[in-house]
Design a protein around this ligand. Structure first.
Ligand code: ACO
Length: 323
């Protein structure tokens, strides 16, 4: 069987930075509370008119350059996003347009914060089966558009950004195992109920908080810690027969969640944390974290990486990767 791996990585965040001090002027919060409870110091916010596809195109260009290939080499573009540009064309099609990747198929993946790993698993299957040679997987979000800027319990958490990976055949290492999961009993704890087509935004719902991210933080926290711990154990077991992990790249939702998962797994010193600069960027967080870990020299041939994510739905996903 062909082995698939990540042959290029890239990320992009919009230039505008919103600090905790800025948030102090918007809602009843403090820099100290946000740092202590979440680890977040600042986040990036896209300007009006900039969509998830625009951020995704920038991240994709960096990943393609890193892989040493061009947009014409791509067979498929997968965009994981919770904040698509519009109902249609899909965000992946808008990325195809931005890249001029005219040979590539294009499809969105909707699995909230777990979307990048879901996309990576689809890309891996395409490459392993020999059906495709190069697949671009992007996680791109403009969460600032579904953030309730009057709700201090959620608005301090989120940011905008994108990360991208090129998946292709590799001769050594590569992606070893996946787990994809969902638990629909969690819908009530994390959701945006208005703005789709079952409940479109009507005049009477214009001011409704249901247009924005609603979250029962404590429940999400408990689910996240338990699920990511168990899921990492299972993929690492399948890939390496145990927790032989050199680098843990978890979804960046809260530094306390990451620390708790790291401690339970005995991998606290191996967990990559960059949430301080970006907040929670949902589907973009794992490829952004992986790119920064690589740039910091944390990936070398043979490095065993466990990635894990959870998100609204609930959804969850993990992957075991050998660099
Ligand atoms: N500033 C100051 N005080 C605040 C703020 C704030 N920004 N937010 C809440 N508080 C207050 C609350 O009102 C509460 O006050 P009270 O005790 O007087 O009632 C107090 O702080 C404690 O609130 P909790 O919600 O219990 O605080 P907690 O320690 O649980 O932290 C948090 C909240 C950070 C949201 C945490 O629960 C968390 O990280 N949960 C998981 C979030 C997450 O991972 N979400 C994923 C979303 S991904 C997606 O799908 C888009």
């Amino acid at each position: 069987m062909r082995r698939a791996g990540i042959v290029g990585l890239g990320m992009y965040v919009p230039p505008k930075v919103l600090t905790n001090r800025d948030l102090e002027r918007m809602v009843d919060t403090s820099d100290e509370w946000i740092r202590q409870r979440t680890g977040i110091e600042e986040r990036h916010i896209a300007d009006p008119g900039v969509g998830s596809s625009d951020l995704g195109v920038q991240a994709a260009r960096a990943a393609l350059a890193d892989a040493g290939c061009g947009p014409e080499d791509l067979d498929l573009i997968l965009v994981a996003t919770t904040t698509p540009d519009q109902p249609f064309p899909t965000t992946a099609v808008m990325v195809q347009k931005g890249l001029e990747a005219w040979q590539a198929g294009a499809v969105d993946v909707g699995a909230t914060c777990s979307g990048f790993i879901y996309g990576l698993s689809l890309a891996t299957s395409m490459v392993e089966s020999g059906r495709m040679n190069k697949v671009l997987v992007i996680g791109a979000e403009t969460l600032s558009r579904i953030t309730n800027w009057k709700d201090r319990a959620t608005c301090v958490l989120f940011g905008d950004g994108a990360g991208a990976a090129v998946v292709a055949e590799v001769s050594q290492g590569g992606i070893q195992a996946f787990e994809l999961g969902a638990d629909a009993r969690g819908t009530e704890f994390l959701n945006v109920w208005v703005g789709g087509f079952k409940k479109p935004v009507t005049a009477e719902l214009l001011e409704s908080s249901d247009r924005y991210i609603n979250m029962t933080g404590r429940e999400v926290f408990k689910f996240a810690v338990r699920t990511m711990e168990e899921s990492v154990r299972r993929v690492a077991d399948r890939a390496w027969g145990g927790l032989e992990v050199d680098l843990l790249v978890p979804h960046q939702a809260n530094a306390r969640i990451i620390e708790a998962v790291g401690q339970r797994l005995g991998l606290a010193d191996k967990a990559w944390i960059n949430i301080q600069h970006y907040g929670n960027t949902s589907a973009a967080s794992i490829p952004m974290a992986l790119t920064e870990a690589r740039d910091a020299g944390r990936l070398s041939p043979g490095t065993r990486v466990a990635m894990t994510a959870f998100g609204g739905g609930f959804t969850y996903a993990s992957a075991a990767l050998e660099w």
